[in-house]
Write a protein that binds this ligand. Structure first.
Ligand code: BGC
Length: 291
């Protein structure tokens, strides 16, 4: 069993605080996003942002004008590269390291991000991992590893974010990175399915409780996306072919496919959407063919 972590992350550089409404031009030569970019001046906290879907989402929100508080598991070359990639879109990006299962640390990450940018508008609870093990063989350690990041981490990060918005009297958007496996069984990945099924009900409850605060809460449910979480699979041509045969659109998804859905849910166009799961899977979830 093994399990590549997808969206995990890493830390932060001590960045000079600056106000979110005055994006600094990056030193990459790219200019700042147009003032009419749909998230111009907003600040998005993205967990697990060093690679895979998280990085794709952070880049896309940056393209839409948002400054990015990039949560990563640990600071390293990869997180530094991710920051540069995001800054190339002309927005500010600061990295914050933290273990998702450490509730106090994640509360501090939210507080540090708010202090650094002066505001928070969007949380993308993206970080997640999966471990392959038969149900009969799954250990307590495997279970805790998966649930602590995918569900507990998402729960308390969202709680800290929502409290911060409540205290600031500001509306916002929370988007959880779920999976088709919030509904669809995935044999040998029961701990992962438990976390994603939990995320589905957590999102629905949060949507109701946070609506009076003007905070919408939704899930994006990717299918098979080409990211590090699928490294093992991508190296096995026969398994890959079998998976593609299950996908009506005939290809794996790319991080940008998922990022577009997140950007939509963060945008003004989605103001009246809360409590929903947006599936991004090329048709995988409901593919059933007989005769
Ligand atoms: C999992 C992948 C899997 C995909 C489609 C995702 O949630 O992380 O491992 O290939 O669902 O089943």
């Amino acid at each position: 069993m093994t399990a590549p972590a997808d969206h995990p992350t890493a830390p932060s550089t001590a960045a000079a605080p600056a106000h979110a409404d005055s994006p600094a031009a990056s030193d990459t030569g790219h200019s700042a996003p147009a003032p009419h970019a749909r998230l111009a001046g907003q600040v998005a906290l993205v967990t697990g942002g060093a690679q895979g879907i998280g990085l794709g989402v952070a880049e896309r929100l940056a393209r839409d004008g948002a400054h990015i508080a990039l949560h990563v598991r640990k600071e390293d070359d990869r997180s530094a590269q991710a920051r540069r990639t995001i800054e190339a879109h002309g927005v500010r990006c600061q990295v914050f390291a933290g273990d998702l299962s450490d509730v106090n640390r994640m509360r501090a990450v939210v507080a540090e991000a708010q202090a650094a940018f002066g505001r928070l508008d969007v949380l993308v609870n993206n970080a997640g991992l999966e471990l392959r093990a038969d149900f009969l063989d799954t250990t307590e350690e495997d279970y805790d590893t998966v649930l602590d990041v995918n569900l507990k981490g998402a729960f308390f990060t969202a709680q800290a974010f929502a409290r911060a918005l409540r205290d600031a009297g500001r509306p916002g958007r929370i988007i959880h990175m779920s999976s088709v496996h919030e509904d669809l069984p995935f044999p040998h990945f029961t701990s992962y399915c438990a976390s994603k099924g939990g995320l589905r009900m957590m999102m629905r409850n949060m949507a109701i409780e946070l609506a009076p605060l003007g905070i919408t809460v939704n899930n994006v449910a990717p299918g098979a996306i080409r990211t590090p979480i699928n490294d093992d699979l991508l190296k096995q041509p026969d398994k890959l072919a079998a998976l593609k045969a299950q996908i009506p659109l005939g290809r794996m998804g790319e991080p940008r496919d998922v990022a577009g859905a997140v950007a939509f849910l963060a945008s003004p166009d989605a103001a009246y959407i809360t409590g929903a799961t947006l599936v991004v899977d090329g048709g995988l979830l409901w593919n059933y063919a007989e005769q």
